[in-house]
Design a protein around this ligand. Structure first.
Ligand SMILES: NC(=O)c1ccc[n+]([C@@H]2O[C@H](COP(=O)([O-])OP(=O)(O)OC[C@H]3O[C@@H](n4cnc5c(N)ncnc54)[C@H](OP(=O)(O)O)[C@@H]3O)[C@@H](O)[C@H]2O)c1
Length: 249
């Protein structure tokens, strides 16, 4: 059994990797740097490989697909991503474009191509790490929220297509709220609301994905938020969420 995880070297991806290894999966972890890789290897009993790719570069996604085309991968997890916070006149447009390329373009290319492989084999699972941000709209982090709304929406569409074709290939989408990882540092933010532990979120996501659950929401508060988001007008949600994180300036 073999799983490939983008962004599998740190944070939520790292914990997913450890959880899958405990269940007997060999792993391919993909990220730009191998920071954290030795630690993961030490914690895993199965074979763990590291592939270095910058997935915000479109071509690198096709190279990764080419490098893995002859491997019998059972699980693909599109997890690499990051956020950015700040006022419209302070945020770096290039950083946001790069974020759209990683969070959306890379997730789309790899998800679609792995799903095609899995449909052909009539087996396999894809898990996309979106975010609770996908349910909401928010100022100061709105480009990040929009990237997550895109992959969340895409996952729903593919879920229905797989059902319609009665494929045994499956897709799930993970939507956590704040999680204690390297996310805040890269986003230049500090959460003002309680963060879950990455270990809990990673384990929970793998357990639910393997049970075939489509929408995976760790934590009671975020589940509740998801429920109420159906009834509250978007302008009110964006007002509530404007203080979700402190902007470091
Ligand atoms: N933490 C939260 O509060 C939270 C909440 C909801 C959703 N999420 C989502 O969870 C996912 C994982 O984030 P995290 O919180 O675990 O953050 P993290 O600790 O910063 O981990 C991010 C992972 O992605 C890799 N990565 C970053 N840029 C990459 C690139 N251009 N190409 C390839 N790999 C890249 C990183 O490795 P390198 O830096 O070495 O490339 C690292 O392995 C993201 O999609 C994030 O949006 C996070």
């Amino acid at each position: 059994m073999l799983a490939l995880i983008t962004g599998g070297t740190k944070g939520i991806g790292k914990e997913m990797a450890i959880s899958l290894s405990k269940r007997g999966y060999d792993l391919i972890l993909v990220s730009r740097t191998d920071t954290g890789f030795d630690d993961i290897k030490a914690k895993c009993m199965t074979k763990v490989s590291f592939y270095s790719y910058d997935l915000s570069i479109e071509e690198e996604n096709y190279r990764l697909l080419d490098e893995t085309k002859d491997l019998d991968i059972d699980i693909f997890i599109a997890n690499a991503g990051y956020g950015d916070i700040g006022r419209i006149n302070k945020t770096d447009t290039k950083k946001e474009v790069n974020m759209i390329k990683l969070n959306d373009i890379s997730t789309f290319i790899l998800t679609k191509e792995f799903l095609k492989r899995f449909i052909d084999k009539n087996k396999g699972r894809v898990l996309i790490t979106a975010s609770a941000a996908a349910f909401a709209v928010a100022p100061y982090m709105n480009i990040y929220y929009s990237t997550k709304a895109f992959v969340y929406s895409m996952a729903h569409g593919y879920y229905r297509e797989l059902k319609d074709m009665k494929s045994k290939a499956k897709i799930s989408v993970l939507c956590p709220g704040p999680v204690k990882t390297g996310f805040e540092e890269r986003a230049n933010a500090k959460f003002t609301i309680h963060s879950l532990k990455a270990e809990y979120v990673g384990k929970y996501a793998i357990k639910k994905m393997l049970k075939g659950k489509f929408l995976i929401i760790p934590g009671f508060k975020i589940k509740l938020g998801h429920f109420f988001a159906h009834f509250v007008p978007k302008r009110m949600i964006s007002k509530i969420l404007r203080k979700q994180a402190e902007i470091k300036e």
